[in-house]
Design a protein around this ligand. Structure first.
Ligand code: CS2
Ligand code: MN
Length: 377
């Protein structure tokens, strides 16, 4: 695996490339042209400038997160072929720039959804959280205002005011799009882009729905082992792959994360590894928060997640996912929710440590059970 950090570009991220380079073991960034609109072609000059920024700082571009897919493609309307052509051109331009991994999602209208962006924990740090009651209290006719109030005015991706002004129109676009239609549109899109991915060896890596179920009546399909395996089979090309995001699939406790990783095997091209802490698992008050990466601070066994990735021979980029705000970083202007420096750096270091331990235990050829026996002799 290759440890990376997400970086939004010098005009948008409050974290610098210099800071990222100083995190032990981080060699690359996952980045994007943050100010492009879904559907637009990424120009070669802009890709080259981004690459130069990253390489001048002694890092590499390990992949793109995200080239967003526009709503026309998701709903499959009359404009989709035009936008698919644009997407193909963007992939070609990325391939020419020697970039080989592209993360995207196929969630209708919104990206991830949380009900609090700064829930305070007992240690004084803050993190993102989800509470079902808060979602259920939202008046669907005033979705945008309610969500803005819920997040104290901080904007979640996909919830930008310009977009929210059109929320009724967006919901309208999806009114006849059920799970099957969305799946067919995704397959149509993937089949159309596979030739350019084959030509430039670009691994497409679909990010799961977050949370892993439908929200606000909009259907979602990439949130379970069966759902993702069905997609892998429908377009059975290794370039049609997955971003394995533990914090997204893991929102649904029925998803057995290590099992899913083993089932997906070499179709995992990118990994987001973070931990969640569940406070309530009843339907009415389902409540979880994004935890420190450490296993003992949340509900996931991070060792088992990393071990499953190791056993599948995973050699793609990996990154810590959302981090908490710690050490007063919350006060820095412009920090994108979940994307401060310090807690993600701690996450990267911890995941690197787990990987090293797993690797050494494996390559020294001492099965862990045996080692225990020897110790007790
Ligand atoms: C990310 C997603 O911040 C996050 O939770 O994992 O926003 C992810 O970048 C997109 O869904 C991928 O298109
Ligand atoms: Mn993720």
């Amino acid at each position: 695996m290759e440890m990376t950090l997400r970086w939004y570009g010098k005009n948008f991220d409050s974290v610098t490339l210099k800071e990222i380079r100083q995190i032990p073991g981080v060699k690359g960034v996952i980045t994007t042209l943050y100010d492009t609109t879904p559907g637009e072609v990424w120009q070669p000059e802009r890709i080259a400038a981004l690459k130069k920024d990253v390489e001048d700082a002694g890092l590499k571009i390990s992949g793109i997160e995200s080239v967003n897919v526009c709503d026309s493609i998701k709903v499959g309307d009359g404009d989709r072929d035009k936008y698919i052509d644009n997407y193909i051109q963007t992939l070609k331009n990325l391939g020419e720039a020697d970039i080989h991994m592209v993360c995207y999602n196929f969630m209708p209208v919104f990206d991830w959804t949380r009900t609090e962006l700064a829930r305070r924990k007992p240690d004084g740090s803050t993190g993102l959280a989800y509470n079902q009651k808060a979602i259920d209290a939202i008046d669907p006719d005033h979705l945008a205002e309610s969500v803005q109030k819920m997040s104290n005015g901080t904007v979640m991706p996909g919830w930008e005011p310009e977009r929210m002004a059109q929320v009724t129109k967006l919901f309208d676009m999806y009114k006849d799009v059920d799970g099957e239609k969305l799946f067919d549109n995704l397959v149509y899109f993937l089949k159309a882009i596979m030739p350019v991915c084959d030509k430039y060896d670009i691994n497409m890596a679909i990010h799961p729905d977050d949370p892993a179920w439908s929200v606000f009546g909009l259907t979602r399909i990439i949130n379970s082992e069966a759902g993702i395996l069905r997609l892998m089979k429908a377009v059975d090309n290794v370039h049609n792959g997955v971003t394995f995001c533990s914090g997204s699939y893991g929102t649904n406790l029925e998803n057995d994360l290590p099992h899913m990783i083993r089932a997906l095997g070499n179709r995992i091209h990118f990994a987001h590894v973070r931990n969640l802490k569940f406070n309530d698992t009843s339907r009415e008050n389902y409540d979880f928060e994004e935890a420190q990466h450490l296993s003992s601070d949340g509900n996931f066994d991070m060792y088992e997640i990393m071990r499953a990735l190791y056993e599948t021979g995973f050699d793609g980029p990996i990154r810590p996912d959302h981090g908490r705000m710690i050490w007063d970083e919350v006060d820095k202007p412009g920090v994108i929710p979940g994307y401060g420096l310090y807690d993600r750096a701690l996450g990267a270091t911890y995941l690197n440590g787990l990987w090293e331990a797993i690797d050494k235990a494996e390559t020294r050829g001492i099965p862990s059970g045996l080692r225990e026996k020897n110790l007790h002799k």
